[in-house]
Design a protein. Sequence first.
Length: 338
Amino acid sequence: MQGEIKTSKKPVIFSGIQPSGRLTVGNYIGSLRNFKLLEDNYNSLYCVVDMHAITVRQDPTELRRNISELAALYLAVGLDPNKNILYCQSHVPAHAELAWVLNCFTYMGELQRMTQYKDKSAKHVDNINAGLFTYPVLMAADILLYQTDVVPVGADQKQHLEIARDIAVRFNNIYGDVLVVPEPYIPKLGAKILSLKDPLRKMSKSDPEDTFIGMLDSPDMIRKKMKRAVTDSDARIKYDPENKPGVSNLMSILSILTGRGIDAIEADYAGKGYGVLKAEAAEACIEALAPIQAEHKRWMADQAELNRVLKDGAERASRIAARTMAKVRKKVGLAPLF
Ligand code: TYM
């Protein structure tokens, strides 16, 4: 078996995505794309965080489908299952086990300050459950279980990373150097891709269809959605995220997906209308997503192989997780295993 973390000195990456809907170009640009770019220099674990997804009510059939789709997307962006550990969170019970221990080292006040908790509890008023509240502790457990050095995420996860670091430092202050304190990896450009309809909010897979470009959207859908993207009435193509968030968002998407610098885009589009920018941003998405969509289709048609990859990933992840759990159990004084 290749890619075993214990035999290599490369730093460790952990990241996860919730299987809670169709992935957007925001997820792609803010996280998934970077996973592939970082593949060679790290020992990486990429997780389908299905236990996080059930903090809001899910239809079980749809959730199972979303889990498969997301696992297939990890593979479709080109992540090599031998170089990386690809698996589902609920297949490795140590995530839940460590989360419980860390719950006992996390303060209510810290969790009450989490903006995602505040947003989600405002959105799901009929289901403000304890899992939603302790969500960041499970996320801390995901990361700390693997002695992770670097966590590639979009800007919206920064606060969760900070609490994971605080929990690790607090634990280490009591028990010695048990847990590695992780660093976030947040891209400079594209850390927060914005909604096409309300460019003051992030693009989100749980928002209405016309607000995001889905990674599996057809070319026609992409063109249609881009055409209707909200811009402004100023009619100048200029990168100014504060005053021109809609236009700057389209420029960021175009820049990241084509590799052209923002300055070059500004110069090339001087005097041109927003229609041209929207059309080219749409074509850039279509071109970037086409090979991923083709690979995704191939993986979805081979569920047996997909399951084999996830099973192998879960076994490899479990072995690493067991080492951290053994240390944590001993340090905290839980009953020794026989
Ligand atoms: P999730 O599933 O909401 O999003 C997955 C990743 O996509 C990034 N992202 C974005 N980046 C740029 N622009 C956007 N509009 C955008 N929307 C989403 C997110 O920042 C994230 O990196 N709590 C996490 C999942 C998680 C996790 C972890 C991540 C659970 N355990 C451990 C890292 C490490 C979440 O809900 O991401």
